[in-house]
Design a protein around this ligand. Sequence first.
Ligand code: KG4
Ligand code: ZN
Length: 340
Amino acid sequence: MSRPIGPDTIVLGIETSCDETAAALVMGGTDVLSSVVSSQVDLHAQFGGVVPEIASRAHLDLIMPVVARAVVEAGVDDRRIDAVAATVGPGLIGALLVGVSAAKALALVWDVPFVAVNHLEAHLYAALLEDPDLELPLVVLLVSGGHTLLISMEGHGRYRLLGQTIDDAAGEAFDKVARYLGLGYPSGPAIDRDALQGDPHASDFPRPMLNDGLDFSFSGLKTAVVNHVRKHPDVSTADVAASFQQAVVDVLVTKARRAAREVGAKALAIGGGVAANSLLREQLLDACEEDGLRGFLPSRSMCTDNAAMIASTGWYRLQHAGPSALDTGAYPNLRLPLLT
Ligand code: KG4
Ligand code: ZN
């Protein structure tokens, strides 16, 4: 490493774990100089979901133009880049390998460190990126396509698991219900939008495990929606979307505030794609206000997959764990490192 890690250290972050090809330059862990996200949504829409082989090929085509755009938009010479961070997991193996290989190649060419970043850790850091003054312990509700976790962030790299889903992730439930209702793809935003026209109290769907600790379960709720629509084929799709969304949000908000109370957290934040959901954002803030908690919602573009959160996490990792070996691989099932 040529320069010590500090407020003027610039990290290039690269994210290719699913269907977004993203690159960003972040200085000092929190100053976003550029953030470019190239979505492959149109490529996958006709299949109703992400096709891994198509995603890998698209990442290959897009990765270098996206990195180049991030460098140009940041307005810095590439010799100013001090390290390259990339998502090494969890995610689709072929997609991850494109970003990891590009990051290592750039680190070698520029003779700067490579930093391996855990995608889930990066979703946790999105809140700190936008508000570095958030007090720890910070409870984060991490709700994405593959994960539903309640985490107490006690320090950098120090995470305690408070609760998790025992079956489907919240995002997965949104995606499956949207597909069943024929709402198209991308699915979470489709329900969010359609629900605006519906009545959230039209159907009384179950709130699974609502009074039962901090774990979640969403597969029964999805089945309840399917059974309801089968029984009432003429039901309004907007009403079903709104009632389903209300059930998910009731459970997420109830458990998140319970978790914050149990660990005596000063603040509650959210992260992951589902954290872009309008109703969740509104009701989580209301709950925090009632409980006298500091509620923090990262901007929507920071909740969904992006590379600024990867660069920021890379900066913190460089500080407390140092660079990663160049023979680090890609790990599709990588987990969040937890305190025991
Ligand atoms: O974090 P993310 O972008 O990718 C993963 O790491 O999984 O999360 C994607 C998930 C998908 O399930 C998508 O449907 C959901 O986030 N999502 C939403 C919204 N925007 C994205 N769910 C509900 N409401 C939204 N507005
Ligand atoms: Zn994600």
